[in-house]
Design a protein around this ligand. Sequence first.
Ligand SMILES: [Zn+2]
Length: 494
Amino acid sequence: MRNPNFKAFLLILILTLCFYACNNTQNTPSRGLLATSKNQPKFIFLFIGDGMSFSQVNITKAAHLNKNFRLNKKPNFGNEPMHISRLPITGIATTFAADRYITESAAAGTALATGKKTSCGTIAMAPDHTQNYKTIAEMARDKGMKVGIVSSVSIDHATPACFYAHHSDRGKYTDISLQMAATDFDFFGGGFAKGHDSSSESKNIIKKMKEHGYKVVTSKAELQKTSPGEKCWAYNTNLADGAALQYEIDQSEDYFRLADFTAEGIRLLHNEKGFFIMIESGKIDWACHANDAVTASYEVIALDEAVGEALKFYNQHPDETLIIVTGDHETGGLTLGYAATKYESIFDILNFQKISFENFSLKVNQWKESPYISQPAVMDSIQYYFGLNDVSKSEKLVLNNFEMKKIADAYQATFNPDTEKDAHETYILYGGYDPLTVTITHILNQKAGVDWASYSHTGLPVPIYAIGAGQENFVGQLDNTDIPNKIIQIAKLN
Ligand SMILES: [Zn+2]
């Protein structure tokens, strides 16, 4: 090249191209265009912690550091971090509904199942209920993949329902659970169906499922004997309120738990064409509505154990598996800090709670029937189940006068309620729960440096954790609808 002008031109051209190339890689990628993984996920796990945001995960992590946290419960992680903490990708998702900033599980479940916003209370339909929204589970089924839906609450509850049903009202449990049968999904597992009524021909969900070719099993042993290829509905018959699994904190070691349904679900669904499975830990939310941080933490651990089962599968199929863990919304306005404890965190004392608020409330209800019940006797039970006032365990558990007064007031509200008392004030104090129980969990939580802002959901965003094929799509600031939309895109579901 003899022409110096041409050389200069070439140099400028190269520099210009370099500038654009470098600049492009530094640009913030638009949310929909980040798919750079060569591998298309074939085995897709979507874990949902109902009511789980950063606080719920972090209080569990913090309490988890104490190897005694699970006391006699199994499996014991010791000082190992949670599985969720090991997932390499983290993102953050907004949760607002179509008609309200603070969402609930039907609108949030619809967003996570369909990639579209809807109104509160709506199951996988448009906000005005004129149109069904197709779910990623239905898309996966239509693509020839196997599909599983697992939840620790009833299988017709809002979150699981959003993946297989379409209804204008999340409260119509019978209508919703009847829709399971026609889905042709391969596996349903966890709690029972709230809408089932064996005395009614039209509300007998078990009969309907059998008519549609489902094998219905009610124990871990029976589920283990089920073969891949058999369509199966498995539920635990040892249930708590709302046809849900018992709280993890109240379960015995041989309980048929969320992780068992997950492990067996994976075994049943594993096939060459791939699968989609949604697994919900639904009672994090319920414990947080009741402002019981310890019970909520155990439900986060139940979710984490189920994630552990998915990670075992991932380790065998790392190039084709995608695991996503998120929440549908935050519940309770849980925070790691409290006015009276200032900068101190005393998570250790949470170890001494050994019962859920629900089972303690059941005891309180029994005591209400007894003519011999007295406040000192109740205080002994509070010490036994929550450690409060047990100096032998920790001086941090000693109740001060302010706390004793709160317990005395709550004792009165439980055993001799003042019918003249302002309902608004009673609600702020006790949230509609048993006054004594909610006061005890408040006091134990506050002594640990943990507090609550609400008995309802809040508008906080939720975390996203991911690992596997296409994981990089879930980093950064997303909306809950982006999660299924990205799954649809990278797994080519439609
Ligand atoms: Zn809730």
